[in-house]
Design a protein around this ligand. Sequence first.
Ligand SMILES: Cc1cc2nc3c(=O)[nH]c(=O)nc-3n(C[C@H](O)[C@H](O)[C@H](O)COP(=O)(O)O)c2cc1C
Length: 304
Amino acid sequence: MNLSVQIGNLTMPNPVTVASGTFGYGVEYARLLDLNQLGAVVVKGIRLNPVRGHPTPRTAEVTSGLLNAIGLQGPGVDGFIRKYWPFLKALKVPTIVNIWGTTVEEYAEVARRFDALGGIGALELNVSCPNLKEGGAQFGTDVKLLSQVVAACRQATKLPLITKLSPNVPNIAPYAKAAEAAGSDALSVTNSFPAMAIDIETRRPKLANVTGGLTGPCIKPIAVKLVWEAAKAVKIPIIGMGGIQNAADAIEFMMAGATAVAVGTANFYEPQTALNVIAGIREFMERHGISEARQLTGSLQIAK
Ligand SMILES: Cc1cc2nc3c(=O)[nH]c(=O)nc-3n(C[C@H](O)[C@H](O)[C@H](O)COP(=O)(O)O)c2cc1C
């Protein structure tokens, strides 16, 4: 059985990775599971300089999901290279670095710095952040800005580029197409959904930031639909994510069109989830006589 999949020129030994921001920088999970069994390790978003993030509370549990407003806390490029890269580069599996910026130039600079570092498996562009130059418009919800940021990063690096699309758009197809046309090698679908929750006794928001991003099982059917729509729009591979808790969830994403999948929120309550998903995909393939994991991709059948 061949579980390996291709994301641009990055070969993942199996189709299961972890979602940015739910797995720290890998090292935090090293005692909880064998990282070398993963398809890749995806780290928390990095911008050029260190970021403190939002005040607490930063997370709140909601029905079948999690709300978070971490505020993209991170060590910056230099801090990441100093503190975390020595550990990550010693792993057998590729590291995918999730990057962001507040201007097109900052994205490109971060991409250039990681290109120069050498040894990174791929860059994932988190475009769900406001462009300060353009008055706060989100890169991921403005087709023109999205094209600019992907094209600038494409110029800055030969590393595989994965554009992580925002779900906060009326139709994902034009965004998927724009990222592909600007040189993205793959897409990640999807990021968290804007949401909020209120403590009615105190009449206060449950997050200090008032609003945050909703993730976990409650978003899965919406995320599967977004993957299906994006897959119809582009030829490049898609990493599907949103509420994956087990192999059945992952296979659903693959059937909808995902080449690989990422486990996110589930890492917080069951750190072994990604490994269980890999075992379950293998078992499903055996049971259905499937020899290549990539045969699952887009295998959804719709009666005509
Ligand atoms: C606490 C937390 C932090 C996150 N941080 C990032 C981040 O830094 N960059 C990013 O692109 N996505 C980030 N995400 C989004 C996840 O990578 C993923 O897209 C989302 O959680 C959906 O998957 P899930 O439902 O399996 O968690 C974060 C999600 C959570 C829950």
